[in-house]
Design a protein around this ligand. Structure first.
Ligand SMILES: *Cc1c(COP(=O)(O)O)cnc(C)c1O
Length: 382
């Protein structure tokens, strides 16, 4: 099988699996207990915390492990907003639903929400954020990179504006971890969300970076774990897996990233040459190195996915019917694409395991699929 849906999830790296196994089998101690068995679990967890902290330029006690990226986003936004009776938050129209639906849930409870738009490249304008700030704005939440089109946002600029106005800033950096250099201090953010399974770690474990001095209210009450910000006996194996995944990404360094980028570019060039009436969506330069998103006029993304699946090729479409709806992607609509164009989207996302041979196979299979679907489409002009 050729797996090109790494923005949805990634395979667990063999080294990650190996690192996790002892903590699912023999090293089952509760990290909060006092005997040696527990001490080893606590030490392994601390090592993972150190690895993540080093990788993002944070202090070790600024790392809060959560049950995934969605929970980290929820903890950041609800955790800050719920400290206040009311108030205003700012986000963008292209956020992941973990941010957008969290903000909308708060809005239905009486908080105010502004969602700024984006340009045709999927880029937020920092000046629009500045203009949206109010006296009672508590948090700005803008993603570091978009999961559908890959556009990288000007987070450092937005942070500077937030700082000027004494507003906290959160960034969903789930897609960026291990793909672009990322340092939370240089970005100047107060909160940042990450997830292990987008980086060859296990599902169900995430991180919220919480800058020293910032204290979101917990979503989950109970024991005093994670500096009282996330109760519950820790997912030791998952946390160890996250640590290992980050160490592997650090080892791969820019070399691994450049390999992905060059394969991705090979794919873009090959496809654009072979297929007419196709748009490469997202920012032409400021984009994730492992992702490409296309819009094929006159056909549906769903049809492309089903045909690719028959060749054992896994990719994704912005109009995926996972939600049971065939609504086109809110991201593509916010970028100004009309419904009928947004329906023809295909997202291809690579990992460091993707090979040149795989890319060339897809470049061979995909153009005839597009051709066939267009032959059957009543929308093709003439
Ligand atoms: C996958 C993803 C999430 C959610 O992370 P989970 O660990 O699956 O909950 C949040 N934001 C972005 C941008 C993502 O791509």
């Amino acid at each position: 099988m050729i797996y090109l849906d790494n923005a949805a999830t990634t395979r667990v790296a063999p080294e990650v699996f190996e690192a996790m196994t002892p903590f699912l089998r023999d090293e089952y101690g509760n990290p909060s207990s006092v005997y040696a068995l527990a001490g080893r679990a606590a030490a392994a967890m601390q090592e993972a915390r150190r690895a993540v902290a080093d990788f993002i330029g944070a202090e070790i006690d600024e790392i809060i492990f959560t049950g995934g990226g969605s929970e980290a986003d929820n903890l950041a936004i609800k955790g800050i907003m719920s400290k206040h009776e009311g108030g205003h938050m700012i986000t963008s129209a292209i956020e992941h639903h973990a941010v957008l639906h969290t903000c909308e849930a708060l809005e239905s409870r009486g908080y105010d929400l502004s969602a700024v738009g984006v340009d045709e490249n999927g880029m937020v304008d920092p000046e629009e954020i500045r203009a949206a700030i109010r006296e009672d704005t508590r948090i700005i939440s803008i993603m570091h990179s978009n999961n559908e089109v890959g556009t990288l946002q000007p987070i450092a600029e937005i942070s500077a504006i937030a700082r000027e106005h004494d507003v906290l800033i959160h960034t969903d950096a789930v897609q960026s971890l291990g793909k672009v250099p990322l340092n939370v201090k240089e970005l100047g953010v107060d909160l940042a969300a990450f997830s292990a399974h987008k980086l060859h770690g296990p599902k169900g474990v995430g991180v919220l970076y919480v800058r020293k001095g910032v204290r979101p209210q917990p979503l989950i009450h109970g024991g005093g774990q994670e500096r009282r910000m996330r109760a519950g006996t820790e997912n030791t194996a998952g946390i160890v897996g996250f640590g290992e995944a980050v160490k592997l990404a650090a080892q791969q360094g820019s070399e691994g990233i450049e390999r992905m980028r060059s394969l991705r570019d090979r794919f873009i060039d090959g496809l654009m040459e072979a297929v007419p009436d196709v748009i490469l969506s997202g920012h032409p330069e400021k984009r994730l190195p492992n992702l490409a998103s296309f819009l094929f006029k006159y056909i549906e993304g769903e049809g492309i996915l089903l045909s690719l699946d028959m060749h054992q090729i896994a990719a994704s479409s912005g109009s995926a019917c996972t939600s049971g709806s065939l609504d086109p992607s809110h991201v593509l609509l916010a970028m100004g694409y009309p419904h009928e164009v947004a329906h023809g989207s295909l997202r291809v996302s690579l990992s460091r395991y993707t090979t040149e041979e795989e890319i060339d196979t897809v470049l061979e299979k995909l153009p005839p699929i597009i051709g066939r679907l267009r032959e059957m489409s009543p929308l093709v002009p003439g």
